[in-house]
Design a protein around this ligand. Sequence first.
Ligand code: ATP
Length: 347
Amino acid sequence: MKTYSIALIPGDGIGPAVTEAAWQVVEAVARGADFTVHATRLPWSCDHYLETGAMMPEDGVEILRGRDAILLGAVGWPRKVPDSISLHGLLLPIRKAFRQYANIRPHRLLPGVEGPLRKSEFDILCVRENTEGEYSGAGGRVHQGTEDEVAVETAIFTRKGVERILRFGFEQARRRRGKLASVTKSNAQRHSMVFWDEVTHELAREYSDVEVTSYHIDAMAARMVMAPETLDVVVASNLFGDVLTDLGAAIQGGLGFAASANLNPDRSTLSMFEPVHGSAPDIAHLGIANPIAAIWSASMMLDHLGETDAAARIMQAIEAITARGMGTVPGEHKTDDITRAVLTALH
Ligand code: ATP
């Protein structure tokens, strides 16, 4: 029987509660299937930083290597540790070390969730470049604190990076409804974004069965609100994808429903699965965090591992409970009650 070794990084704030909920669901679905799961819990978080001076140990990447996947809750607690440290000390190094270059986020309304647009017919898969672009970390500051201070943040777009994320987008479109929206700002950013558009057109010749449209980021933001039903796969750079997927989370009813995967699509190393939301310090310890985003992310993990039946069973259980209003209104149900309802629906 196949055993999957999963690294659990619960992190900060509501991270531990939603990760525990997701893990209970994974264990439950595995009991009825022909695979087993084994968790290694890693305490890497802002508290860990305050105790040790590092978000994760120096050999953190080595500790993760060899596992089948990472399931992460949320990392960050700005009042304790600046976001620049928590992000650059844990999430970004993991995404880069394991070449998790595709961040995918499904945006659709679960049954029973109304969403701010009152439209039930959209099903978007956002594909965000995850390792370079505007978040490459290249840059610097000089003359700090003086009137001559300069800050430079350089966006890096490589042919390899742009081509592989677009190719991944085309492949996803092929498996879905055959439509790809490529997002740039090539009217204003005439080097990197014109380059992105060119690579899109080159690949479009190879994927002639996929209908490709290029949008500017501002037009795409408007379209996601005004006509989300016209979109299928949306592929964008690191920064643009970051912003659009928060918009995607909003139209699907809020961060409690937004799941994500940081994929190494060629499967040469491990991938990481996490809800889109942060540590939500305002509701941490109240027991009301919605675990659905984390449970949905766990379903994406099983899907990626090839356990497609188990993944689908989790989604059916989530949809069964939201259809009767469980977990659809923020704060109305406790984390534990929603988790119990999913577990019951699984059986
Ligand atoms: P980050 O920058 O770390 O992504 P953020 O600033 O986007 O974090 P979050 O921590 O995601 O903020 O929280 C934003 C708001 O959404 C908060 O008011 C929080 O309470 C709410 N929220 C986030 N996740 C959940 C959840 N799972 N259940 C209920 N409310 C949530």
